[in-house]
Design a protein around this ligand. Structure first.
Ligand code: CAA
Length: 258
């Protein structure tokens, strides 16, 4: 039923609206929510009648992160096999502009989802953070990369290494927030921004978005370092040891996929 759906999708004029709807879990982003958000956004992107997407949470929380309860008992090979969080990449590939309205908590995956939007409107109650380190992990939906590109190394390192929450005013000062407004004006402002964008030529809006996003692309030097780190990391896998031993022993490898 609509009441149980993890998102509420609607349309107002040329604005497609996606509201996160798991209030009891502070809009924690489980796999079903991810799929519902991305599927709705993909459909709006392709709809010539829609010129912008408005992404909203609730007053208490935009989203308090990926769903920890859903992930807690998984192991590394399960996460890898499912390519956990991969579907969010489809959201970041869309060409239609996305406006996020953040009130309350935007933590972990919630902060990362807000950063996937193109224009971020925040109410004064907004609190941003990447607390993954407190869970023994790191951001997995782009936080270590997008946060650093948005706010620079000093602030990004502080946030990811301490897990502290940053209040809306500091977030605006550091360049994470496009517009900071009173909480009671947050939704109306975000609606107005989305309607303004949706009122322009859709191809022109898409090309403006594409051009700005282009400024974020990873330079080759960083991509190469990342590749080298992942390469080093694979030396902790059983299959690396087996593959190289098999070569030296001139026999076919027997993979255990671990
Ligand atoms: N996953 C699953 N459930 C969550 C959740 C999350 N990320 N955040 C909150 N909830 C649940 C709580 O477990 C609680 O459920 P129950 O009522 O069943 O106990 C309910 O939502 C309400 O939360 P609280 O009682 O904790 O509310 P609070 O007002 O006392 O605290 C909060 C609010 C400080 C945001 C706290 O909920 C919190 O610390 N949440 C976790 C924040 C976090 O660590 N996020 C990162 C997740 S990992 C991640 O996102 C990985 C990634 O890179 C994508």
């Amino acid at each position: 039923t609509a009441a149980e759906s993890p998102v509420i999708v609607s349309r107002e004029g040329r604005v497609g609206r996606i509201r996160l709807n798991r209030p009891k879990a502070l809009n924690a982003l489980d796999a079903a929510t991810m799929e519902a958000v991305v599927a709705a956004a993909v459909a709006f992107d392709a709809d010539p009648e829609v010129g912008a997407i408005l992404l909203l949470g609730s007053e208490k929380a935009f989203a308090a992160g990926a769903d920890i309860k859903e992930m807690k008992d998984k192991d590394g090979s399960e996460m890898y096999a499912a390519d956990w969080f991969r579907r969010w990449e489809d959201l970041t590939r869309l060409r239609i502009p996305i406006v996020a309205c953040v009130q309350g908590y935007a933590l972990g995956g919630g902060c990362e989802l807000a950063m996937m939007a193109d224009v971020l409107v925040a109410g004064r109650s907004a609190k941003f953070g990447q607390p993954e380190i407190t869970l023994g992990v790191l951001p997995g939906m782009g936080g270590s990369q997008r946060l650093t590109k948005s706010v620079g190394k000093a602030k990004a390192m502080d946030m990811v290494l301490t897990g502290r929450m940053v209040e809306a005013e500091e977030a605006e000062r550091m360049g994470l927030v496009s517009r900071l407004v009173a909480d009671e004006d947050a939704v109306a402002t975000a609606e107005e921004v989305a309607a303004t964008i949706a009122g322009f030529s859709k191809p022109a809006a898409m090309m403006n978005k594409e051009a700005v996003l282009n400024a974020f692309e990873t330079p080759l030097t960083q991509g190469l370092v990342f590749e080298r780190r992942v390469f080093h990391g694979l030396f902790s896998s059983a299959d690396q040891a087996e593959g190289m031993a098999a070569f030296a022993e001139k026999r076919p490898a027997e993979w255990t996929h671990r």
